[in-house]
Design a binder for this molecule. Sequence first.
Ligand code: NAI
Ligand code: MG
Length: 353
Amino acid sequence: MRSYDIALIPGDGIGKEVVEAAMPVLRKAAGQNGFTLKETVYPWSCNGYLETGRMMPEDGVEQLRRHDSILLGAVGWPDRVPDSVSLHGLLLPIRKAFDLYVNMRPHRLLPGVTGPLRATDFDILCIRENTEGEYSGAGGRVHVGTPAEVAVETSIFTRRGVERVLRYGFEQARRRRGKLASVTKSNAQKHSMVFWDEVTEALSAEYPDVEVTRYHVDAIAARMITHPGSLDVVVASNLFGDILTDIGAAIQGGLGFAASANVNPSGGVPSMFEPVHGSAPDIAGRGLSNPIATIWSGALMFEHLGEAAAAKAIMAAVETVAGAPERLTPDCGGSANTQEVAEAIASELQGCQ
Ligand code: NAI
Ligand code: MG
């Protein structure tokens, strides 16, 4: 029987709850579709940091390397550990070590879920560059604290970096509705974004079946709200993608639904799947967290592992439960708890046809 070796990093706060709730759903879908999951739990978290002084062991990345995939809940406990420590001690090193250069987030409204828009029929796949661009970290400050102070933050766009993320977008568009939106601001940023446009143009010759539209980031931000149904695959730089995917999460009904994949499409390293939300200290430990974002992230993981049937079965079960809002958590107006939502989804899972 096929088996996948999964690293689980539940993390902090609701991260632990949503991973615990999601796993039985993933296990059941695996079993119904002819494969098993070999799970290893890594208790790396802010609690661990307070005990050991590290968010993960020195060889943490090496421990993860042997796995097929990583499923992460959320890390962060801002009252006790600064976010810069928890982020830089765990999430960022993993993304960097495995060169997870695609950050992919599906935004669609599940049937039955009420979002903030009048438009309900949309299915957008946002692909954010995850390793360079505006978040390259290149820069510095001089004359700190004086009237002459200068701060410089340099965006870095490499041909390799831009081309590979756009290529991934073209491949996804080809598998979906054949439309790619390339996001820039090339009227104002005349070096990096004009370069991005040129790479898009060159690649589009290789994908004549994909219809490419170039949008400025401000215009597409508005379009995601006024005409979300007109968008299919959206490819954006690190900063632009960060902002657009928050809009995406909002229009799909909130963080309880926003799933994500950090992918290195060339393989050979584990990709990492995680809900977009954080550890939500305000609701942690009370069974209030919506597990759907994590279960959906698990479906993205199965898809990535080549188990499309299991991914589809999970999403069908999620949609059935989402169609009955009273079966959801309070963030969606329901009265169920985390565990009950996951159990309802598990019980709706249908085996392979
Ligand atoms: P957050 O995403 O944890 O919470 C924002 C708001 O959304 C809160 O009111 C929370 O109750 C609600 N919420 C989030 N997920 C929910 C769910 N599944 N079901 C129902 N309600 C949900 O963001 P916040 O409060 O800014 O950050 C808390 C901690 O999480 C910080 O330490 C932050 O650094 C960390 N964080 C970690 C991330 C990660 O591990 N990838 C991502 C984002 C934040
Ligand atoms: Mg963000």
